[in-house]
Design a protein. Sequence first.
Length: 139
Amino acid sequence: MLIKECKGFELEKEKSNTSEDFFNRSEVTFVENGEEKTLHVLYVRYFDQIFSEFTPYQQDPVIVKEGIEVNFKEIVALVCLLKNPGLRSRKRLYINSKQDFAAYFQDINFNKLPEIILALKQNNGFELRSPLEFIMQPQ
């Protein structure tokens, strides 16, 4: 699978009676079997304020390397896809439970994540051989 892009952004109200401003969207675009797909992860914006509870990151940007800065919302969909490869067949994922959200980050190898991000920014893609490379294995 070729990962092509990761991005994230805060939703804004389109109408005064909607609640978009309580949510963020994270997207990961990838190519599998010659078909380009995008997984859109919609989640409660509050999780951006508490990510230090379930990740080693203390503040945004979460990755700063070689002049590249990456915010938390940019890696959420990528982490979800790594943790649950079955999401490759889905277009959307909605997470409103703190417990469910934190579960996606459990056992992620955060030391290896910059490897993907740098490849995306510098080479316009990252060839993912196995998501297991980015999951901590029991000793």
